[in-house]
Write a protein that binds this ligand. Structure first.
Ligand code: F6P
Length: 341
């Protein structure tokens, strides 16, 4: 059997570890050959390929990014997208595809499976918002980077008696903000799932200053004030209809400064959260997902995705996993709120 592999959507530490594990088990154990597709769904759409064999995956475990490249190409945005993919897969002799991606990439995989393409999915996203799996790889790395940033910001905030705001990624789900904010001892954590009251945030800031500490506020890029909307970098949409978020941190800084009269500055962590080497936990999870993905191909579990449940790797229907996002549970948020102010 010849198996195609692609990585789509925003890149994520651990993608290369998945690719490595797929090939390292697939060649000796099942006798499969592999073909890498470049840049997400653009690869099968335009027949852009890269050889993928054991020498090609040497040294990949600690490497961030993806050797296959990524994109947010949506074949369903094109009239002949599906037909082109089917044609190219047949021409290249590819019998099955492993798609490694988040909600959009796996959403495409779900529909292609329903249209007769042999697909297995592997969940990835630093946002950890994919349903069906307890965790996605990349999340632990992003949280580790954000926590380290918060630790560093505490000391400079205290030296200058400033409010420091840290804007982290998380378009629809506040997992990165919640975990890094709790680990870093933030005085407020603002997430997309719970609209915030700016007066309440300013009260927390004031109370922190009264205790002779400097406040640290962690905010997800998709967080929204009670009576406002998401703050956008531009109105432009990608092929899946997502706008570019960004700016809520600066907005908060301006509001807090003008309402409290005390200096507030914002640090936007941005793509630093996605770049570089994965943590050992993400390497472990990504490797196990890769091993189980190739087993799923061997078992012809088409339309399934690998998932972490407790400490077990299982497979779940892609349809179930992509039907809705996994958002922060209000009870978890309430735990973090004990430390606000
Ligand atoms: O989906 C992962 C993610 O990092 C989100 O947290 C973020 O909103 C988005 O990708 C940013 O995408 P891009 O790098 O394309 O601007």
């Amino acid at each position: 059997m010849r198996v195609g592999v692609l990585t789509g959507g925003g890149d994520c530490p651990g993608l290369n570890a998945v690719i490595r594990a797929i090939v390292r088990r697939g060649v000796p154990e099942y006798g499969y050959s592999f073909l890498g597709f470049r840049d997400g769904w653009r690869g099968p759409l335009e027949a852009l390929t890269k050889p993928l064999d054991i020498p090609a995956v040497r040294g990949l475990l600690p490497r961030g990014g993806t050797i296959l490249g990524s994109s947010r190409t949506n074949p369903f945005a094109l009239e002949d997208g599906v037909a082109r993919i089917k044609h190219n897969l047949q021409n290249l002799g590819v019998d099955a595809l492993i798609a490694i991606g988040g909600e959009d990439t796996l959403g495409v995989a779900t529909k292609l499976h329903e249209m007769g393409v042999n697909v297995v999915g592997v969940p990835k996203t630093i946002d950890n918002d994919l349903a069906g799996t307890d965790y996605t790889f990349g999340f632990d790395t992003a949280v580790t980077i954000a926590t380290e940033a918060i630790d560093r910001l505490h000391t400079t905030a205290e030296s200058h008696h400033r409010t420091l705001i840290v804007e982290v990624m998380g378009r629809h789900a506040g997992w990165i903000a919640l975990h890094s904010g709790m680990a870093g001892g933030a005085n407020a954590i603002l997430i997309p799932e719970v609209r915030f009251d700016i007066d309440q945030v300013c009260d927390w800031v004031e109370s922190r200053f009264r205790l002779e500490y400097a406040p640290i506020i962690v905010v997800s890029e998709g967080a929204m004030p009670k009576d406002g909307d998401e703050v956008l970098l531009s109105g432009e949409k990608d092929a899946f209809g997502h706008v570019r978020l960004g700016g809520i941190g600066d907005w908060l800084g301006r509001e807090i400064e003008s309402r409290t009269g005390k200096e507030a500055r914002t640090t936007v962590l941005g793509h630093v959260q996605r770049g570089g080497t994965p943590t050992s936990r993400d390497r472990w999870l990504a490797t196990r997902f890769g091993l189980h993905a190739i087993d799923a191909v061997a078992a012809e579990k088409w339309g399934q995705m690998t998932a972490l449940r407790g400490t077990d790797i299982v497979t779940v229907p892609l349809q179930e996993a992509t039907a809705q996002l996994k958002l922060v549970d209000p009870a978890l948020y309430a735990e973090a709120a004990v430390f606000f102010g």
